[in-house]
Ligand binder design. Sequence first.
Ligand SMILES: [Zn+2]
Length: 243
Amino acid sequence: MSGPTDLPTPGRALAVAAHPDDVEFGCGGTLAKWAAAGCSVHHLVCTDGSKGSWDPDTDVAELVAVRREEQRAASLALGGAGDVVFCGWTDGELEAGLRQRWEVASWIRRIRPDVVLGHDPWKRYRLHPDHRAAGFLLTDAIVAARDPHFFPELAAPPHRPTTLLLWEADEPDHVEDISDHLTTKVASILCHRSQFRSTMQIDDPSVSAETERFRQKMADRAAEHGRAAGVMFAERFKVMRDL
Ligand SMILES: [Zn+2]
C-alpha cells in the first residue's frame, strides 16, 4: 500500500459499534479529522456494555449508565455533534437477526450518512462474538436501508450510503491520515474511564506513567499503519464502495 487514500470529508458519517469504546479505537482519528472539517458525526452502539468489567461484584445497571455517559463524552471529545444512539442489546449476546437489522436500518434511513464505518465481520480468528455480529448487522442493515421493499413501514425513505469503511480489517486497502488527530483520538478513548483496567491496562490513571504507556502504544500502532502510507499516523480500513 502506498500513500494515504483519504476520502473527501463526508457531510455525514455514522459509526456502528458493538460496544461503547469500539468506535474510538476503530476510527476515532478519522472521525476527529472529519468533524474538524465540518462533518456531522454520529454514533450507534449496539450493546449495553454490561460485560465490560472484570470485577464480579460490579453493579451492572450502574455500569451500563456509566458507559453511556462515557460514550457521550467520547463522542463530544471527537468533535461529534450528532446522535449517539444506544440500542441497548445485552453485551456478549448480540445477534445479527431481523429485529436488530430493522433497528439499525431505521437509523441509517433517519441519519442518512454518506459514509458508514464498522467492524469487519470477515476478519479471521476474531474472538469476540459481538464484533462479528455487529459487522454483519451493519452490512445487512445497509442493504435493508437502501432497498425500498425492506421494512416499508419505516417512515424514513430508503437511503444508500456511498462508502463503507471496516476497521480492524482482514484485508485493509484504505488508509486515512490521522497525523493531526491522534491526540484527539487518544483523548476520546480515555473518556471510557470504566475500561481503564480491562482495555487500556491502566490500573491507576493518577499514575501518569500508566496513561503515558497507553498513549505510546496507540501512537506506535498508528505510526505502524502510517509508515506504509508515508504519513506519521494513520488508521487502516477495508473500503467498500458501490453499496
Ligand atoms: Zn468491543
